[in-house]
Design a binder for this molecule. Structure first.
Ligand code: E4P
Length: 233
């Protein structure tokens, strides 16, 4: 399973990249805005250069299908590792699967996003999406069970021999990450603030404290023994 960072915060991405735990990055217009990236092109190019070959998802910002295609082509020219996010439907509920299909045939990698149901995910996979982004937190917001959706989509993709990968996003708690992993997510895209919570544990700290304390005692013991030997010599 891969871990992406759901962030446009360059410093955070760089920090966790150097920890060796980041396989890619996802953004959306809200994340860009929250992280102070107002110039999408500049922010996207910077992140793509930092990520090297790893994928970086950048989302189109229009309801119009033709404009989506034009924006996607432009984004794809910015860097080789750009993946274009196309919402599964626009604000009017019109299917954007034709956009996914057209761009896929041009060789542009598509992350079909804002997916909240099994049916949306399987249609996006059929249309040619490289990734389907299932929004776990938003599914749960509506009183539904994200793990069931993830599990069913994963079975369906595997049974059908699809290469489409599930990205689970909309992570709200550390437990969402564990649940998504166990349900069969290929990738989980995690807001950076959850990574310290994932890695830290107060009993791990206490364990390390005990080891360091005992190592210091052992060193003191050796030092004392050497002093005695030196005094006798
Ligand atoms: C990821 O690809 C999504 O854009 C993101 O996780 C959405 O998260 P939210 O539901 O917290 O806005």
């Amino acid at each position: 399973m891969q871990i992406f960072l759901d962030s446009a915060n360059y410093a955070e991405v760089e920090k966790w990249l150097h920890q060796g735990v980041v396989d890619g990055v996802t953004t959306n217009p809200s994340i860009m805005f929250k992280d102070g990236v107002y110039d999408i092109e500049e922010g996207a190019r910077r992140l793509c250069a930092l990520l090297g070959e790893r994928p970086v998802s950048i989302e189109v910002i229009t309801n119009d299908h033709q404009e989506m295609i034009q924006q996607a082509r432009m984004f794809a020219r910015w860097a080789r590792n750009v993946v274009v996010k196309i919402p599964v439907v626009n604000e009017q509920g019109e299917s954007c699967l034709g956009v996914v299909n057209a761009l896929n045939r041009e060789g542009i990698l598509i992350n079909s996003t804002a997916i909240l149901s099994f049916n949306q995910a399987i249609l996006a996979a059929k249309a040619g999406a490289t990734y389907v982004s299932i929004f776990a937190g938003r599914i749960a917001d509506e009183g539904n069970e994200p793990a069931g959706v993830i599990r069913n989509v994963r079975h369906w993709l595997d049974d059908g021999g699809y290469t489409t990968k599930i990205i689970v996003g909309s992570i709200r708690t550390v437990m969402d990450i564990q649940n998504a992993a166990l349900a069969g997510a290929h990738i989980i895209t995690i807001p950076p603030q959850f990574l310290p919570k994932m890695v830290d544990h107060k009993y791990s700290r206490e364990t390390v404290r005990q080891f360091n304390r005992d190592a210091a005692k052992a060193l003191a013991h050796i030092a004392q023994a050497r002093t005695v030997v030196a005094a006798k010599a």
